[in-house]
Design a protein. Structure first.
Lengths: 226, 226
DNA sequence: TTTAAATGTTACATTTTTGTTACAAACTAA
DNA sequence: TTAGTTTGTAACAAAAATGTAACATTTAAA
């Protein structure tokens, strides 16, 4: 699970509890204790979902939600409203203001988590593309493509995995053993010299004229990107 | 407000109440009192949303929902679960099975209405057109037809599901395992080699002269549209 | 400068993966 | 039923990827 969640809620204890648990679940979380600041920071933070308290010192959650639905840049932001108001008419008012889901306090974190997942599943069906980039090199894990200087490069499977591995920590130097462990299927035995050959093939593939060499050899240590 | 809603619920009094009120609100409604019939009629009816009871004489609502999420032709159908089970763990189990929202009986019609609107607001913008398109390829899910370059193409059932699956995320590369999971009926075992043959058949079918190949082979990874 | 170790480069046999065809079994509609 | 589709798999062909050996070059230390 990954994604960014923003919280607008004036009670610090709730923020703390929710934020801590969300982070434990792999989310990146930011928050604000009032409506006006919240709206501003929200736009900077670009969350995938908003947890919104109804009762706030300045704006009400309802007003905030209506604002969001009118603002083209964040119009489709999924919102879950958290509130002590459990009356039927409150729920209806809340949902009618454009909220995606509605949860009455006190709530269990597990139910909140389940609802967050349900809402994200619906609104974020296409996982965001996760590309690995370094200088003018781009590796698209979804489409399995690699570009240098915006032009596509054809790599063999091992070259691809090798490059993918390096791109996670570009400048880090990896020993041949580390490369073997991470790039080759488990329990397979190849000589360490084999790596050199694949490095050579990868070099050949990603090299283009008038561009600097991207793979650095560190004598007696291994290789890294640079 | 318009749209089609299907109800699977074994208690006639609830069906009657909900159906009547929904129709008063401009929805077209159809229903079924058990799971197996419900699933079949559902596909014919092509609703925009499903109201699903948890406890049914044959299948449970949870099972139905899981079935829906695995069936490519109705995978994205929004589901609201109606149930007497109000315990926290039930809610979580329900939401985790792929349900979009969860409402405990007894509920007011107005709250149901508000939740229906909230779910439709979220899910409908993406589902506007039931056609999947990519370049000059068009797949009509309602009429089950496929066109290339505006001319109709005849596909076998598996070819159709395969193409439908690829068209949801055209450029994404899928492994044979992923394809198997999503395109073949559940709990069926076919060899991964079988996919290759169906890919070949699909290629043959959608290929026309002077047009580029649409299916890309990514060696040791799988296939994608391109 | 000399020497040994490390790394670069190339070629090639082997293995793996994929394409293609054919065929029998399962399924469907008339 | 029967005739026609659809489906899964086997078998072989073709293509691509892989590992290793052999030799060349570079590097760093003596």
């Amino acid at each position: 699970m990954n994604g960014k969640i923003f919280i607008i809620e004036d009670e610090p204890s709730i923020i703390q509890l929710v934020q801590h648990n969300l982070e434990k679940n792999g989310f990146i979380v930011s928050s604000s204790v009032n409506g006006n600041d919240g709206l501003k920071e929200l736009k900077k933070f670009q969350p995938d979902l908003l947890l919104l308290d109804w009762m706030l010192p300045d704006l009400s959650g309802i007003e905030i939600c209506k604002n969001i639905r009118k603002d083209t840049s964040i119009k489709n932001l999924p919102v879950i409203m958290l509130t002590a108001k459990g009356e039927e008419e409150d729920k209806i008012k809340g949902l009618d203001s454009g909220v995606d889901d509605y949860l009455t306090k006190p709530f269990s974190f597990n139910e909140l988590m389940a609802r967050i997942k349900a809402v994200l599943r619906r609104s974020n069906p296409n996982t965001v593309s996760d590309n690995l980039e370094f200088e003018d090199l781009v590796l698209d894990r979804i489409e399995k493509r690699v570009y240098r200087d915006k032009k596509e490069i054809q790599l063999g499977p091992t070259e691809f995995r090798l490059l993918e591995f390096f791109l996670v920590n570009p400048k880090r130097v990896y020993s041949r053993d580390q490369i073997l462990e991470n790039v080759w299927p488990n329990n397979i035995n190849v000589e360490s010299r084999t790596i050199d050959v694949h490095i050579r093939r990868l070099r050949k593939s990603i090299n283009i004229q008038n561009k600097k060499e991207l793979i650095r050899t560190v004598r007696s240590s291994g290789y890294s990107l640079i």
